[in-house]
Design a protein around this ligand. Sequence first.
Ligand code: IMP
Ligand code: MG
Length: 451
Amino acid sequence: MDFRTINPTDLWVGVFYVKKINNIGRKMSVVIVVGAQWGDEGKGKVVDLLSGESDIVARYQGGANAGHTINLKGEQFIFHHIPSGILSPNTVCVIGNGVVIDPYGLMEEIELLNKKGIDVTGRLYISHKAHLIMPYHKLLDKVLEEDQGDGKIGTTLRGIGPAYADKYSRIGIRIVDLLDRDSFREKLRKNIKEKNRLLKTIYNAEELDEDKIINEYVEFDKKIDEFVKDTSVFLNSAIKEGKNLLLEGAQGTLLDIDYGTYPFVTSSNPISGGACTGLGIGPTKITSVIGVMKAYTTRVGRGPFPTEFIGEFADNFRELGSEYGSTTGRPRRCGWFDAVIANYSIRVNGIDGIAITKLDVLDTLDEIKICTCYQYNNKNIIHFPSDPKILQKCEPIYETHPGWKQLTKNVRKFEDLPEKAKKYLSRISELTETKIKIVGVGSERNESIRC
Ligand code: IMP
Ligand code: MG
């Protein structure tokens, strides 16, 4: 071939084409898995299912308030910090800068995995920019909640709110601060002094022991050293190499500090945008957003919940779905699937594929309802309201679907589902104008349908 005859534009197109082919060959993807309701949607199971196909799973916000439950070969794992991908032996897990880390909890999780024969060395990296939960954050979470009386949020008491508050007040302590012991001691001493003043004079609570805390955190620093990395550099290099990444959020859209049912929310951004800020990955790198939704709705803690069940049915349903918090053990509030919420989540997250979980929980019901819109002051509302007082007064408008009254646990293909279950799912897809990509029919990894 005579290269002199090639037009430079053709050459550029040719190179671009080869690059594209290479990427397709490597199936490069950066997928965000986001909770589309009030958390506990089963993100852990979805991430665990997809992590076999992923090189890296990275967690982008929250802390030990999260509880991701995975059942594998009859054994149950609950993770609070470590991404659920750790159970896939070839997957590297990352805890991003957006996460607030409780050293005690994190070390416990690492030790538990080691005990079960799962070595995390070389498979777990922690951002040096992540903030630390300090003992005073947990104490403040408790006294602040107690002080609120009826207005309390019902937090998990893991120190999440106070830790993020310190981050935004620019007095937080980050992993990177541990590197310089002298300045770390000085910074911590200053913080403890200030928090002790607050705890003693305003809340009449016990003061903290400065030296004890400093010694414990220095000890943690030694243990954590091998895991600390500039994870934004690591993740972006992996993207350049054409690797597959899963970005895992904790909690859910309606607990988001900006888009949730404020003030009954957590103090971070579980929405997909949080993945970019919480990991140092730019939005142009994201290839897809999977929204995880239960086939019904649940919520832990206080705050409005339009489709909530009441009375005996609520209690029976909770048992049917084993709906108890994985972090606090609190009974979860349960209700019907809410398409207003689903559509809101799809909008603020840019969800392009849905994972419906726990379909099997509905197997025995005679009829199943879907909320299609709300009624407020005799008007139909299709956009999720921002004011919790209005939301509290919204009346859900339901359509009723007949139950399929058949076990779905053993179904592995969408076409093998009972006709009425298919109709129920198709209706959710129609109302949300979004494709359902995964359906969960049991707690085990293999109890799933890929659509
Ligand atoms: P915090 O995140 O502990 O401050 O709690 C704030 C609110 O978020 C409370 O209503 C908690 O019950 C709720 N929450 C926090 N983490 C989770 C979670 O992982 N799943 C479900 N609810 C959560
Ligand atoms: Mg949970």
